[in-house]
Ligand binder design. Structure first.
Ligand SMILES: Cc1ncc(COP(=O)(O)O)c(C=O)c1O
Length: 494
């Protein structure tokens, strides 16, 4: 078996990791982690460190790690039929069953799904669906996509463009001209502190109207938004936001894509985030929670109206010229079927609502009155803590201080993985939906029992010390999944 030292050398020599500062990584200036096994809400690395994963990987391992039901379904599928494509009407028992299960869980007016592999490619598919549909309807100029600043929709070409986070545009020449961005529904960052939530919602709606006016409604094909901003900071929308936005889109004949890659299949305490916020989409993006990341699979769910237009289009113009070799991959589909069954049988949607509420309350109780905490927010099994140097005066920390990265690194040293969100000083939490109250307490309980790292770090004055540049913290860690240096043993691990 390979030693950890050997793996570390090979890693730095050969592996270009996503969202990573390549130079620091290859020079060995930033810590790494070689993950070995996982069970429930805990992961374990090859150095023997056991960590509570309060971000469920990349908010995707919704049922928790080590579920034998899913592992066995994958193994059985691989033995019987490891692969067959889904082009020109081919399917498998798993992919057809999963399509049915997705339709049963989607809003009533949505009954067809186009399978992909990950959230980015599903959103690429969505844009092509919109362009195709607008063409079939005889209005090819209705092509632009409106996205929100701080939205996250992937890191492909059009999806990276729709993502409204500057680090994902820098040095790529993005966004592409087909994408225009509107105001982020981010009440904490409202332009005028005197605004009520209702005022701010009206402001977001007015900004959207103004953008549509400027661009011309006849050039805009669709609007894309996550029900609640995820990677942009885990920000629930201000009250009445979706009720205000949807009529504007309807009025201008603009399709609505809700990106439910994070919120789909239970994270909000409802099956879909659209159910939770009263959204009636034309297209829904699904990925992560579809298989709980046991195998890659994503999907684009379309409304009955759009499905009809797609059928008319192919009747007129021939088969839909879009697909991936691995669309509806049987192993992903088998994982999806087992995963959705497990979500039902374990009552994880309900648990996400109940334990999520407990978790968020405990977080707010523990941290709200801390002098560097500007905001504690969340919904369902999602929470975030936003840090500021002076919350009363709305003064932020300097980005170079890496305050959140330091806090998150300290939490890792204390056995809990949270995420420093990529833009702003925001600590994000998105535990597996099977989290129980004891595990929630383990994440939160700093003040009461010292198990949490945040408050001791604050009270020792590490946070907020302007000079405290933390050596060993990567510079451009876009996902914010800071790898704190834990004891690294070069010994072989069993
Ligand atoms: C809302 C949302 N959409 C799309 C994506 C992209 O998914 P993937 O990384 O699987 O391409 C993500 C990933 O975090 C996401 O959060």
């Amino acid at each position: 078996m390979l030693t950890n030292d050997q793996l570390d050398l090979w890693d730095r020599a050969h592996f270009l990791h996503p969202s990573t500062a390549f130079g620091q990584h290859s020079r060995g200036e930033s810590p790494t982690r070689i993950v070995k096994r996982a069970s429930g809400v805990f992961i374990e690395d090859r150095d023997g460190n056991r960590l509570l994963d309060a971000f469920a990987g990349l908010y995707c391992v919704n049922v928790g790690y080590g579920r034998t039901e899913i592992a066995e379904a994958i193994a059985a599928q691989a033995h019987e039929l490891s692969y067959y494509h889904s082009y020109v009407g081919h399917g498998t028992e798993a992919s057809i069953t999963l399509a049915r299960m997705v339709a049963e869980r989607a809003p009533a007016h949505m009954n067809k799904v186009y399978f992909g592999l990950g959230g980015s490619d599903a959103n690429e598919t969505n844009v092509k669906l919109v362009w195709y549909i607008q063409n079939v309807l005889g209005r090819p100029e209705k092509r632009k996509i409106i996205s929100r600043w701080r939205g996250y929709h992937g890191s492909g070409l059009i999806t990276g463009s729709m993502t409204g986070l500057v680090p994902f545009h820098n040095k790529f020449g993005l966004p592409l001209p087909e994408v225009v961005h509107t105001e982020a529904p981010y009440y904490f960052r409202r332009p005028d502190p005197a605004m009520s939530e209702a005022d701010f919602t009206a402001h977001c709606a007015a900004e959207l109207e103004a953008l549509i006016e400027r661009e011309g409604a006849d050039t805009i094909g669709a609007f894309i938004g996550e029900p609640l901003l995820g990677t942009g900071g885990i920000v629930p929308p201000p009250a009445g936001y979706w009720d205000a936005i949807q009529p504007i889109l309807k009025k201008h004949d603009i399709l609505l894509i809700t990106d439910e890659v994070v919120t789909g299949f239970g994270r909000m305490g409802t099956m879909m985030g659209s159910d939770h916020y009263g959204i009636t989409p034309d297209i829904i993006t699904i990925a992560k929670g579809l298989t709980s990341a046991y195998a890659p699979l994503s999907g684009s769910i379309v409304s009955d109206d759009l499905a009809r237009i797609l059928e008319e289009g192919t009747d007129k113009f021939g088969p839909f010229g879009h697909g991936w070799t691995y669309s509806a991959h049987p192993i992903g589909a088998a994982a999806g079927v087992a995963n959705l069954q497990l979500i039902d049988s374990l009552g994880l949607v309900e648990n996400a609502g109940e334990t999520g509420a407990y978790f968020r309350r405990a977080m707010a109780d523990a941290l709200s009155d801390h002098r560097f905490v500007g905001d504690v927010r969340g919904d369902g099994m999602l929470a975030a803590v936003e840090l500021q140097r002076d919350p009363d005066a709305r003064v932020d920390f300097d980005a170079g201080e890496k305050v959140t990265a330091q806090v998150v690194a300290e939490m890792v040293r204390r056995g809990v993985i949270a995420r420093a969100m990529p833009q702003g000083e925001i600590i994000g939490f998105a535990p597996p939906l099977c989290l129980n109250r004891t595990e929630a307490d383990t994440i939160v309980a700093a003040r009461r029992d010292g198990r949490d790292a945040v408050t001791p770090l604050f009270s020792r004055g590490l946070v907020g010390a302007r000079a405290a540049r933390a050596p060993g913290l990567p510079d451009a860690d876009l996902t914010g999944l800071t790898v704190a240096a834990l004891p690294r043993r070069g010994l072989q691990q069993p």
